[in-house]
Design a protein around this ligand. Structure first.
Ligand SMILES: [Zn+2]
Length: 296
């Protein structure tokens, strides 16, 4: 009998122990306080991140506001292209006259990107006059975008490099306007400068170019398209001195405001760095085309 009582007692203790554990388990089913804490923490983190994002956004908006007036009012023009001889003329006294304008025609064929990189490394500005027939592929488009993003001015050199005096008015118009549209499609803006192939403008093409909002320019000297100067060393010397005795220019054409014509060519690309350095050694600054007066 005593053994039975002991057994009953033992069972009772066991049963209460089980009940307790069940109760504990039930308690465990209620939301875990630690979990709640974790939840709180993640809420905190979210709040914090949101606050950070908000303040970042505000900061960005502030910066945008600060930048806006600058973008809306680009630097004042300091130079203009002389209608008569395409030279660069300062608009006021006190502006450095000893400048030259670098221009590269027939871009972006084979060497334009390389030439742009060379100029960029030297921190020298230039206008790349582009031909529409060099913008056929996506690769060409990417190259033009790159050159533009590097800060170079993109000019219009007609769609097919047409000799305008031999073209009908309809053709001339198309040569000019279709390239402007194409360039705008690629870089998001229309050219501000026009150079006719071979420098051969007509009254009509000049009128159209102006109507399209472009300044028309030829150049004052360039040698890379003459056979005797299709060589980096010879070209370098001619461009730096301004003299081309092998093509009957025994005198120097280098003077303040000179508008230098170069092309997307192998020898020009090879000579470009030395040309810039040589001109700088002579005290010339490469004028930034964004400082040239444009048609409003
Ligand atoms: Zn050309």
């Amino acid at each position: 009998m005593r053994r039975f009582i002991w057994l009953m007692l033992l069972l009772l203790v066991f049963a209460s122990a089980c009940g307790e554990s069940e109760a504990t388990n039930t308690a465990n089913n209620s939301p875990d306080p630690d979990q709640e804490k974790t939840q709180d923490k993640s809420d905190d983190v979210e709040e914090k991140q949101k606050a950070e994002k908000d303040s970042q956004k505000k900061e960005e908006e502030k910066q945008e506001k600060v930048n806006l007036p600058e973008e809306d009012s680009p630097e004042e023009a300091k130079y203009k292209i002389n209608d008569e001889d395409s030279s660069v003329v300062p608009l006021n006294d006190g502006i450095n006259k000893k400048v030259v304008l670098l221009t590269i025609d027939d871009a972006p064929h084979k060497y334009s990107l390389q030439m742009a990189k060379t100029l960029k490394e030297l921190n020298a500005s230039a206008i790349f006059f582009v031909n529409g027939h060099f913008l056929d592929t996506t690769e060409d488009e990417e190259i033009l975008k790159k050159i533009h993003k590097m800060g170079f001015e993109i000019g219009n050199h007609t769609y097919n490099h047409a000799f305008l005096p031999d073209s009908s008015q309809e053709e001339q118009k198309k040569e000019i306007t279709s390239l402007n549209d194409r360039i705008e499609e690629i870089i998001g803006e229309k050219p501000k400068f026009f150079r006719a192939p071979n420098g051969a403008n007509t009254d009509f093409s000049t009128k159209i170019a102006k109507e399209e909002g472009m300044i028309v320019m030829n150049w004052t000297y360039g040698y890379d398209y003459f056979k005797p100067y299709m060589d980096a060393d010879k070209l370098k010397k001619a461009m730096i001195t301004g003299k081309g005795p092998k093509v009957d220019v025994p005198y120097s054409l280098l003077k303040p405001g000179a508008n230098l014509l170069m092309h997307d060519r192998e020898w020009t690309a090879a000579a470009l760095k030395d040309i810039v350095i040589g001109l700088r050694d002579k005290g010339y600054e490469m004028v930034d085309p964004s400082l040239l007066q444009t048609i409003k």
